[in-house]
Design a binder for this molecule. Sequence first.
Ligand code: GYE
Length: 626
Amino acid sequence: MNKKIIFGSMLLGTSVCLFLLYLFGQTEANGSTSEFQEVDYVIGVSQPNLLEPWQVLMNEELKNEVAKHDNIRVIYTDAAQSTEQQIRDIQTLKDYGIDLLIVSIDNSSDLTPVISEMYKEIPVIVLGRGVTGYNYTLYIGSDYYFIGETAAKAAMNLLGNKGGSIVEIQGITSALQAEERTKGFQETLHKNPAYKISDVLVANWQKDYAEDQLKLLLEHRENPPDLIYAHNDAMALGAYRAIQSLGLKDIIIIGSDGVNKQNGGLQLVNEKKINTTFITPTGGKEAIQYAIEILEEKEVIPKKIILRNHEINEKNIKNYLNEKEVAASSQEGGDRSITLGFAQVGNESEFRAANTQSIIEAAKEADVELILKNADNDQVKQIEIIRDFIKQKVDVIAFSPKVEHGWEEVLREAKEAGIPVILSDREINVKDSSLWTSFIGSDFVEEGRRAARWLVTEEDSENVQIIELEGTRNSAPAEGRKQGFEEVLAENPNFKILESYQGDFTHAIGKKMMKKALVQYGKEIDVVYAHNDDMAIGAIEAIEEFGLQPGADIKIISIDATKKAFRALSTGKLNFSVECNPLLGPQIMKSAQDLVRGKEIPMKIITAERTFTQEEAGKEIKKRNY
Ligand code: GYE
């Protein structure tokens, strides 16, 4: 890696800044003013604006972390809420020769294509505010649908069963996070007609704008609303001021962001100006830490880091106001060896064998005492294993949930025992998300989309008939892969799923079901979409025994992309495979150790994954070790 000479001298520094000022709307760079400074990397940070307290906090957290690394130089730009300026900023940062871009955006539809272009040339971290699609190196931020959903639940709690009328104050509508918050909020509320959203205002994240708009609305309304939901605390404060100025009383206000500063959400809750807010970590610190890992080409870089939000209200505000004491007191774990109880789901597939091996090896590597038990694909047995871990008082429990439902009771017991729970490779569906601490695994819906996107570009005939071999019923991967696949097919009506069969992720049942499909549909079948490699390999054998040619007479798509799939791809019997990474051991051990050290870990760590055609598999097969 070439050292970069960055001229730090005041004079030179200043002229560079001037030059940068000329190039970018507003800019600054870190770094000492000593003569010549060698740095390993130059990172560009493009901010949509520094008007909002949350964006300002993000910049501060970035700078605090940068200050710990003297081998990097960071150039910050601020587009002052102008999309055109931000597009120019990004372009000029690139021309300036940065090694990596960190970007937070307001306008996802205009910025997504710009970021996709950048990603073709340098690593890109999307921070705090998302883009559509997956054309970036890493996304670090919150799940904004989840925030909207949790805000709706808080609103229903605060209003009670009698319900009430609600005014929603949105941020910038072109911003994905405003869109997702609204979706989470409205979809959750609409389940119960007692809660009515009477008006939706747009105030661009701005306090004054929210105040003026709400005042205007309420001045002409006979009955004031019962509750205001503002997408950030600045607008929630604006709502509070509007209500004050109109002499109105008893209107509940929910904000979001939970910044611990004057007029930040924590203070507003503490001063009873608003009722609830949600701490939304900016991810600034993590962004710099991961930027360095990416530039140093560390092997395992996730695709998404979803940070956990914490609901703040009058009941728990005191805990968060003196968070420093809280953090200090929870640092009791230190570096002692830890015991991890892992309840593995079964031995159903190549993926599973590689996953179990990765966990065993990583535990040895990390000096974690691992108690690994196998539930043989039986949920009752898996619950018993978890209960046993609770009795043994392990430090952390991790498990790969066979199915999405039925975990509340045992997880509540783990929570009461103070044992954090990590979900490995499969998610669950529980009302109370505090019953689990972190999910490490894949985006199954996106895997399903990738399988279908290949098919609709590959096949152009009038009427394409598909047999689907589904994984374990009600399991997160089967549900997600079906949903993602059907989502893309819905836009391509010439593709039809003839029938879906339950293959339970195993070779044997996959083969048996394919035989059944061949008897029923024979040569009508054009494509087989198998939720994992093992079922696909079973289908290939059934098709050959039926006298047809897999990969030619019938196209076959699978998910996992294990070595077995690579062999089938390189022999032309399988056409396309979507990767699902089983090597989750190292991340599970790191998360377990961080937890015992009292460190907050991300709510979700989504693995980065690829897809493979027959050609690509041919090149990669030697490197595949599972
Ligand atoms: O795709 C399949 C295994 O949970 C993601 O389970 C995992 C899936 C994987 O049986 O092969």
